[in-house]
Write a protein that binds this ligand. Sequence first.
Ligand code: ATP
Ligand code: FE2
Length: 326
Amino acid sequence: MLSLGIEGTAHTVGVGIVDESCRVLANVSATVRPETGGIHPREAANHHAERVVPLVQEAAAKAGVRLADVDVVAFSQGPGLGPCLRTVATAARALALALGKPLVGVNHCVAHLEIGRGRCGCDDPVLLYASGGNTQIIAYAAGRYRVFGETLDIGIGNMLDKFGREVGMPFPAGPLIEKEAKGGRELLALPYSVKGMDVAFSGLLTAALQLHRQGARMEDLCFSIQETAFAMLTEATERAMAHIDNDQVLLGGGVVRNQRLRSMVGRMAEDRGARMFVPEGELCVDNGAMIAWTGLLQFKSGHRPAIEETLIDQRYRTDAVQVTWR
Ligand code: ATP
Ligand code: FE2
């Protein structure tokens, strides 16, 4: 069985093709990089509209399959930016209709978790999902993926990118901040905000920008932002693991490409006698393969949505999904 998935919740439009054993046959994407300022939803949607058809063709060619051999078409139904979601939903619907194949809508956050389960061989992990727009700690309980903790304001990647933008770094700033942080010598005091299993980053961002205006060294600032923000994530994740007595932690989202974050969570896991799992880099960030794989799981478990159930949902909650495949 082959599934083709189209991702398009934010900056990235991606197409992936996977088979029943979670082999990734193709995973191609294109990302908008705004020259100045943040992402503009309509510009991103136009970008996705231009790129999606060539990406579908490229994915089929890379996978060495004909589109007619695809058994199910999956797409990112939400959460995300309305214009981007609509563009990708329209493309997926058209493709499914043209091929005469079923269409399945997938929750983007659940897909980050499922691709990690599928690829890393962890069966029941706590997922730390840290990306630009999202920061959540998710685990399975009684038929749903429950959000144990999340950001109360902005996503962690968003915080890093906003900091970078204000100090003149190009987008995305995460990798540059990681590089600068290596030269950090002094840990500057920044607000540390963990409330139960929830976190908040806007106070940290404001304080870091203030220190920047006061002339703090860039290396120290980046180092301190990372140490503080990642410690918050690690603490909240550990609390979730302790709460449900779970000994597997899975990482997902673009920010988990950061080696310092990996080493902090890895150390925490080791101290608890738990294991950390990290998918390949291109499966951590937004990608079509995770949508294809989750769509395939849903389809195999009998999910046959009516067309009105495939409407996009900008605020599609992780715990709104009925997990029928576990
Ligand atoms: P989502 O729609 O899930 O919120 P996204 O559009 O933010 O995802 P991702 O590719 O998952 O896309 O993540 C991008 C984020 O990851 C950016 O904020 C970027 O700065 C951050 N990032 C990438 N590499 C690193 C790194 N090495 N260290 C820290 N942050 C990083
Ligand atoms: Fe994502």
